[in-house]
Design a protein around this ligand. Structure first.
Ligand code: NAD
Length: 299
């Protein structure tokens, strides 16, 4: 596959994805509603488009990395949306939108002769910037095979199903699990400090034991103990992912007891600390109730 690649959405993830494609020799046409995000890519040689439609007029393959299901629908199907573009043949959604919206958008695009592929990712901003994302691909196998030479520059490509929406379902499970790990690690470490334990000692020991997880091993050191809270994923987006997972569970009639409590704590974090703050600030929700801080030597 050759030619110009389109990218819509140049935020925390899209910026890294687009940078990685530029670094690996791809020509890009990009669009974001934030002029500042566009300027950065203009300076690096990308073509700047005035709308999603203008991206899809230039590029046969268009990647999107957008915040919410509503924005994804607007960009794909709305006025001046990708669906109206002259060149687009394949639409690849890196956002976390849930299976229902992925199917709706996929069906509408198919009517215009455009193949939709799910490609939600894990790996956070560092994975996006360094080409180490895990992509959960689903959709038409031949289309996935055709775009894999581009996608493999972004990380590991795993085909998880042959229908649009299946990648999204798996992504929601992943985010429910990390949302739960963050919630319980916040509760446990705040309780530990309240009980008089030193946060650095506590994490060192937990990480040699059976209670460890990605938060104790990585995120708390990088973003909580040093009080930087700069992990690059917003509380509002995490809350959206947990809600999408609960919607999926509701539609499939699977009871979710633990997830229900986790959902409440993320809602509380959005209200109490803020939707725009990074997800490691879930610790602050608990800290404010308990009157202690999980502050390490690095702070
Ligand atoms: P973000 O808010 O940083 O970036 C979204 C970008 O979309 C912004 O630059 C915004 O200006 C742009 N945008 C908004 N509306 C637009 C529109 N109508 N047209 C064009 N651009 C528009 O979000 P993010 O953290 O980069 O996440 C993007 C998606 O990836 C979300 O669905 C998120 O859940 C998912 N995700 C994020 C992470 C992470 O660690 N940040 C990891 C995996 C998946």
């Amino acid at each position: 596959m050759s030619g110009i690649v389109g990218v819509v959405g140049l935020g925390n993830m899209g910026r890294g994805i687009a940078s990685r494609l530029l670094e690996t020799g791809h020509k890009l046409v990009v669009f974001d509603v934030r002029p500042q995000a566009q300027r950065e890519f203009a300076e690096r040689g990308a073509t700047i488009a005035g709308s999603p439609r203008a991206v899809a007029d230039e590029a046969a393959v268009v990647l999107v990395s957008l915040p919410t299901p509503d924005v994804v629908k607007q960009v794909a199907l709305g006025a001046d949306g990708l669906v109206q573009g002259r060149a687009i043949k394949t639409y690849i959604d890196f956002s976390t939108t849930g299976p229902q919206v992925a199917r709706e958008v996929g069906e509408a695009l198919a009517q215009a002769g455009i193949q939709a592929i799910d490609a939600p990712v894990t790996g956070a901003v560092t994975g996006a910037a360094t080409g180490k994302l895990q992509m959960m691909l689903s959709g038409d196998r031949a289309t996935i095979a055709a775009v894999t030479p581009v996608l493999q520059h972004l990380g590991h490509c795993e085909v998880v199903g042959d229908r649009v929406g299946m990648g999204q379902s798996l992504k929601l499970l992943n985010n429910l699990m990390v949302a739960t790990a963050m919630a319980i690690t916040a509760e446990a470490t705040v309780l530990g400090v309240k009980a008089g334990l030193d946060p650095d000692v506590m994490l060192r020991v937990l990480n040699r034991g059976s209670g460890r997880n990605i938060c104790t091993e990585e995120r708390w050191h990088k973003h909580v103990l040093n009080r930087k809270f700069d992990n690059g994923f917003a509380n509002g987006l995490m809350r959206k992912d947990v809600r999408l997972c609960m919607d999926m569970a509701e539609s499939l009639q699977v009871p979710m007891w633990v997830a229900t409590a986790v959902d409440r704590l993320w809602m509380q974090t959005v209200l109490q600390v803020g939707a725009e703050q990074n997800t490691t600030t879930i610790v602050q929700t608990l800290e404010q109730w308990a009157g202690v801080e999980v502050r390490g030597n690095a702070a």
